[in-house]
Design a protein around this ligand. Structure first.
Ligand SMILES: Nc1ncnc2c1ncn2[C@@H]1O[C@H](COP(=O)(O)OP(=O)(O)O)[C@@H](O)[C@H]1O
Ligand SMILES: [Mg+2]
Length: 389
């Protein structure tokens, strides 16, 4: 019989697993941050070059906030103290209250009046930057609803840059491009380092798992690691989600090595514990009173379709995976209606559509949806062999 102490060790390990895997929160500890070497370098350079600022943009969930949290740990200044603060934007933020909050966070006493403009911000920052080096991160910039606020912030960056003020501004948000995120007219030019955040590479996702295994004194079968990487599709959130449950399953069964049995149990937990919004939209998109409906299968086929660099696929790309799922040939007319419905309110706009009739291309609106559907297919054993990583 296991001793009391032994039981406690496994319980402790089970708890520790939850402390290193963080599917729901950005990283704030450098040791647990994986990859992103180029992006880190670009950000550090932006801080070290007076008058330079940076903008981080990419899909939801790729790790933008985590990068913005971590990079400041690598900025070294012999004399001045680096003070980094992150300000979250939202639909009701305006220029003045964003700066009021920034100054409060930095401990700068300033009364930001309604008439405060870019030059007033610059002078306020200049008055303190002899003592320390402020870095201000405006996160979730895409949520700002006021174009005026964006334009004023863009002007502020320009002003700070023209005067070589030693404050660094980092703008972070969900967008495909800089112009989509910042005000269109913004001409900040060379003083703004553009930092696109792509999905993580397979090596970077592996590193997320490896670092945590090492910290926990645990190991992972090579085949399991390969699958976690494949299921994650470059999104670190899923590496954390699958890792959390697979490692906990091993700890529960009192072993320090994660094998395929732990992984398959973990996948079931991932589906139960995935973000509520993801589960809800999946249910809504696949709901049908008729049991012979094809919504789940077509959606699974969409998630397996070949995509272009921007994540888009065509109806023709769904033919093969759907035929494999159904073990019978299915042509476009048999599922065209489903695709159309996935792009409609009734099924929650799961897919977005571009292009013109007969040449429509589709994409999952929420990047976190595709891996979820794949995991559903794995758990329900409906994913065709050839498509199961
Ligand atoms: N470089 C990284 N190493 C390890 N985990 C990461 C890394 N970047 C992001 N994550 C994890 O991925 C998830 C999404 O990260 P987050 O920074 O919130 O993304 P975004 O701000 O782009 O939406 C979180 O669970 C976070 O812990
Ligand atoms: Mg974020």
């Amino acid at each position: 019989m296991a001793s009391r102490r032994e039981l406690d060790d496994w319980t402790a390990l089970w708890n520790e697993v939850a402390q290193v895997f963080s599917p729901g929160a950005p990283i704030d500890e450098s040791d647990l941050f994986a990859g992103r070497i180029t992006q880190l370098g670009d950000l550090i350079n932006a801080v070290n070059q007076r008058g330079h600022h940076a903008i981080i943009f990419g899909e939801r969930g790729v790790g933008k906030t985590s990068l913005a949290n971590i990079f400041t740990n690598y900025v070294h200044r012999p004399v001045s103290r680096v003070v980094a603060k992150r300000i979250n934007c939202d639909g009701i933020s305006n220029f003045q209250n964003l700066w009021q909050r920034s100054f409060a966070e930095l401990g700068i006493e300033a009364h930001v009046t309604a008439s405060f403009g870019p030059d007033d911000i610059r002078m306020t920052l200049d008055s303190v930057s002899a003592n320390y080096l402020p870095i201000i991160v405006f996160d979730e910039f895409d949520r700002l609803s006021s174009g005026r606020t964006k334009a004023l912030l863009a002007d502020t960056i320009k002003t700070l840059s023209d005067h070589s003020t030693s404050t660094t501004i980092v703008v972070v948000g969900v967008a495909n491009s800089v112009s989509e995120l910042l005000a269109e007219h913004a001409s900040i030019g060379r003083a703004l380092a553009e930092i696109p955040m792509p999905r993580m590479s397979d090596d970077e996702i592996s590193e997320i798992i490896d670092k945590r295994a090492k910290r926990l004194g645990m190991s992972v079968d090579a085949d399991v690691l390969r699958r976690i990487v494949a299921y994650s599709q470059g999104l670190p959130h899923y590496a954390h989600l699958i890792g959390l449950y697979a490692f906990q399953e091993a700890a529960r069964l009192k072993t320090r090595n994660i094998d395929k049995f732990h992984l398959s149990n973990a996948i079931r937990s991932c589906i139960d514990k995935a973000q509520q919004t993801i589960r809800d939209s999946y249910d809504r998109a696949t709901y049908s009173p008729r049991s012979d409906n094809l919504f789940k299968q077509v959606l699974l086929a969409c998630s397996l379709a070949k995509v272009d660099s921007q994540g888009f696929f065509a109806a023709a790309d769904v033919v093969q995976p759907l035929s494999a799922i159904m073990a019978k040939h299915y042509d476009i007319p048999s599922f065209a209606r489903h695709l159309k419905e996935f792009c409609s309110t009734g099924r929650g706009f799961l897919l977005e559509q571009t292009g013109v009739k007969r040449k429509f291309r589709y994409r999952f609106k929420d990047p976190l949806m595709r891996p979820f559907i794949t995991l559903q297919g794995v758990a329900s054993d409906t994913i065709p062999r050839a498509y199961n990583p």
